[in-house]
Design a protein around this ligand. Structure first.
Ligand code: ADP
Length: 256
């Protein structure tokens, strides 16, 4: 039996007096596609940001790919990584696409995708560009390689952002409401790229979304969050068609 690629064990996280994650535990198996759903403010994005090391935890443990993400070292009450190099190495296992397009505005589409492999993996330009063009082709953006981000639609920017995150060959991809800032007619082109990725790769994927139809099709397992806790989890059909918890039922009634 394979062991989990992500093991989150009793983590907690507060922003000031606001407890955002409360003794949260979850595990993700390699290759699993997970959808995190639930009301705004329930802590879904914070989990992705913690995995990406953009936020620290107040307590608990996180293991990624068999290694502790944070070493247990208290610094003024906060758990901090003992070693920045360790953290940088861990970060490379994970790619993230954010809600708002965060491409480098003064770099071409191609440079946006080649930059990280050239800087962090010391990949030669030629190899980085070859790989970038393959990825841009996969997301249907190869013909815009020389364009600047400002010349792209929101949907096109998100597709480039996906290619950029893939350029470091992460084992885990995190998608944080990647379509929620898009005009409705641009949502489908981005979802199609993600659908294909989910079908064609064995990457582990965590998706935070308000697109319930997409969550149903994309995910092997759905986690319903409320107030920093997992209230219910299960196969998409079970969660969407036959939710057991009253809080899940009332959330789905409102959103669908
Ligand atoms: P979700 O993704 O489920 O909508 P989030 O994880 O984004 O929820 O946020 C959980 C709660 O934490 C929200 O109340 C949000 O306002 C708060 N929060 C998130 N990030 C910060 C921050 N950097 N500083 C203060 N509060 C934050």
């Amino acid at each position: 039996m394979a062991s989990p690629i992500i093991k989150i064990d009793a983590i907690s996280k507060s922003f000031g007096a606001l407890k955002v994650l409360d003794d949260l535990s979850m595990q993700v198996m390699p290759g699993e596609k997970l959808a995190l759903i639930g009301p705004s403010g329930s802590g879904k994005t914070t989990i992705l940001r913690i995995l990406m090391t953009l936020e620290r935890i107040d307590g608990g443990h996180i293991e990624i790919d068999g290694e502790q993400l944070y070493h247990m070292q208290k610094n003024g009450g906060e758990l901090v990584p003992a070693d920045e190099r360790h953290l940088a190495r861990m970060r490379r296992k994970i790619g993230m696409v954010f809600q708002l397009f965060n491409l480098f505005p003064h770099k071409s589409v191609l440079d946006n995708v080649t930059l990280a492999p050239m800087l962090t993996q010391k990949m030669p330009r030629e190899a980085a560009e070859k790989r970038a063009m393959e990825l841009l082709d996969m997301v249907g953006m190869a013909d815009k390689a020389k364009n600047m981000p400002s010349q792209l639609s929101g949907g096109q920017k998100q597709r480039v952002a996906i290619a950029r995150a893939l350029a470091l060959s992460p084992r885990i991809m995190l998608f944080d409401e990647v379509t929620s800032a898009l005009d409705p007619e641009l949502v489908e082109e981005v979802l199609n790229v993600m659908r294909r990725l989910a079908e064609e790769t064995d990457m582990t994927m965590l998706l935070v979304t308000h697109e319930m139809g997409f969550a149903h099709d994309f995910a092997d397992r759905v986690l319903f969050f409320d107030r920093g806790r997992i209230v219910e989890e299960g196969a998409p059909d079970d969660i969407f068609r036959n939710p057991k918890q009253e809080r899940t039922q009332s959330f789905l009634r409102k959103i669908i």
